[in-house]
Write a new protein. Structure first.
Length: 270
């Protein structure tokens, strides 16, 4: 009886061992689960080169071990301003790769690693073209939380005075879309509220007139009281946890006292 039962016992041990090895193998090969949505990649060239620090940002989506992205290249001397680029890539364990489509013969390749799905570090290289061929550098990347909420700052005229009156401020109440547009940007809408300004009192950010892509946003607003418009472009100062943004503000109000006023405000989240 003991002899007859031995093969069954041995078989159970073998099966248990195979099962344990399978589980261990699955754990070892598990891929990072990247946060889906708006991502910011900060790229810093090695030794400076022809490019200063630039940004790649936009919608990044993971499906198993595959990545796809529709992103914009911003503040780069290698690409046209706000150049939209499609990316494809892979996630294998903690390793992430992204390769861009060719734009003017130039291809960006990103190789990175991470210990979580919300922070990556690594390197990039640019191959092809004539401007930046052979350029390499380092990158850091992270998802950008929604900027929905109210942001405000003083609005100054070129002579350093508050626009339209003492301590004039502008508050922008943003609502960010939860899903990306086809170009990888996330639409922004909202309202403008001016305080202590003799030029404007309120305004809106109409649908289709503002967006954020990575850490970069563009706002075209309309002032309700005087028929003017405001234009604001900015970069988030800490894309991983945005609480402030710095950019350029301009108001257009032909015939009005604030027409052409501009400033470089730093809006902070309230």
């Amino acid at each position: 009886m003991k002899f007859a039962s031995f093969p069954k016992f041995a078989l159970l041990l073998v099966l248990a061992g195979v099962f344990a090895l399978t589980l261990a193998g699955c754990g070892a090969n598990s891929n990072l689960a990247l946060t889906q949505g708006n991502w910011a990649i900060t790229a810093t060239p090695t030794g400076g080169g022809v490019n200063n620090t630039f940004f790649i940002g936009g919608n990044l989506t993971q499906n198993g071990g595959s990545l796809t992205g529709t992103m914009s290249v911003v503040s780069s001397l290698c690409f046209a301003p706000s150049q939209i680029v499609n990316f494809t890539g892979t996630v294998k364990g903690k390793n992430v790769t992204l390769t861009s489509a060719s734009i003017g013969g130039e291809v960006i390749t990103v190789t990175a690693t991470g210990t979580s799905g919300s922070a990556l570090t690594g390197t990039y290289s640019i191959a092809g073209g004539t401007t930046c061929n052979g350029q390499t550098g380092t990158i850091s990347a992270n998802p950008v939380p929604s900027i929905s909420g109210t942001w405000s700052d003083l609005i100054l005229t070129p002579n350093g005075l508050s626009q339209g009156g003492p301590n004039a401020t502008l508050a922008i109440a943003f609502t960010q879309a939860t899903t990306a547009s086809s170009d990888g940007t996330f639409a922004l809408t909202g309202a403008l509220t001016f305080t202590n300004s003799t030029c404007s009192t309120s305004g809106t950010i109409p649908a289709g007139s503002a967006f954020i892509t990575g850490p970069f946003l563009v706002v075209n607003g309309a002032t309700a009281s005087d028929g003017g418009s405001v234009y604001y472009t900015a970069l988030l100062n800490n894309p991983a946890s945005p609480t402030s943004m710095t950019g350029t503000y301009t108001e257009s109000n032909p015939g009005g006292s604030c027409d052409g006023d501009s400033d470089t405000p730093t809006f902070t989240k309230q």
